[in-house]
Design a protein around this ligand. Sequence first.
Ligand code: FES
Length: 175
Amino acid sequence: MRIQRQLTRTRPQPGDSPDLEQLRQLLADQPTDSSKLIPLLQATQQMYGYIPGQAFAMISEATGVPVSDIYGVATFYAQFRLKPVGKHIVKVCHGTACHVQNANAITDALKEALQIEENETTPDGMFTLESVACLGCCSLAPVMMVGDETHGKLTGKTATRIIKDMKNDTCRKQQ
Ligand code: FES
């Protein structure tokens, strides 16, 4: 079962040096101060998929907030990432409803299929695997979200099938 969510993001692949021109524009286009810190971090992450190291200095200059304080905020909130992520972020729900429906089996199967641990990215930069709290679709438990799509009523087998199909699709498009 799939639920489409609208979200646009242009982000470099892991290993790329992000072009910070887009952030430079954003900071130049609107007045910023310390009260805009969290929205600015969110916007930066929306643009790049994570908060690049160089962005801290740029945001600091624009808002007047010391880099160490910005870093403190970015590391305090779980929503912010400080490392590049894969093209597809696989979020396996480990909220209560999914946990009792054996979400662990989903994560274990995906770890095996992708050959990575949680919070790691596959060497080809395709997938990052994460565990998250309730995704808000408890009636479909166990649930995972891949990019903007939510998949419910999963087993380890169906979860890995979804990932394998995505890999095969990518391979077909590259041929
Ligand atoms: S607990 Fe998994 S969607 Fe709510």
